[in-house]
Design a protein. Structure first.
Length: 144
């Protein structure tokens, strides 16, 4: 009985609806043209799953917090070329090191996974085709 109750708590925490401040709709539309910046790189971090809708996930780049994702949201950051560390924090902390190049867009999928008390996350560097598809399924979240 205790096990069933624990499972019910986890499941209920994953089916609510969390919200985060949303970005400007015009900027969202412009970013979905996928135009790479000259001289810098662009990074999309997206969460296109419906699983874990009650959970907000903290995201940081190079140790600097940029905001929280909710289900069906994404961030976009222009970064200088080079190595960068993206961090996702929920019940766990997951990091992904990427190397960006000038004039190139990178796509990072923030996967939602089941956790013990809350959702967990896993970051994946994905292909351009998969990344564009995922970003088009989401809306821009406000970032710092």
């Amino acid at each position: 009985m205790k096990h069933i109750f624990s499972c019910a708590i986890v499941v209920s925490s994953l089916v609510g609806c969390a919200s985060v401040p949303m970005g400007d709709p015009q900027k969202d539309a412009a970013l979905k043209t996928f135009k790479a910046p000259e001289g810098n790189s662009g990074v999309y971090i997206y969460r296109n799953e419906s699983l874990g809708t009650a959970i907000r996930m903290d995201v940081a780049i190079d140790g600097e917090a940029i905001g929280q994702t909710a289900a069906k949201t994404y961030f976009y950051k222009e970064l200088p070329p080079g190595k960068h560390v993206i961090t996702s924090k929920t019940e766990n902390v997951d990091t992904l090191e990427i190397e960006t190049k000038p004039g190139v867009l990178s796509y990072v999928w923030q996967e939602v996974k089941l956790g013990i008390l809350s959702a967990r996350s896993k970051l994946h560097l994905v292909s351009e085709d998969e990344g564009k598809k995922g970003v088009l399924e989401t809306k821009l979240a406000e970032s710092k």
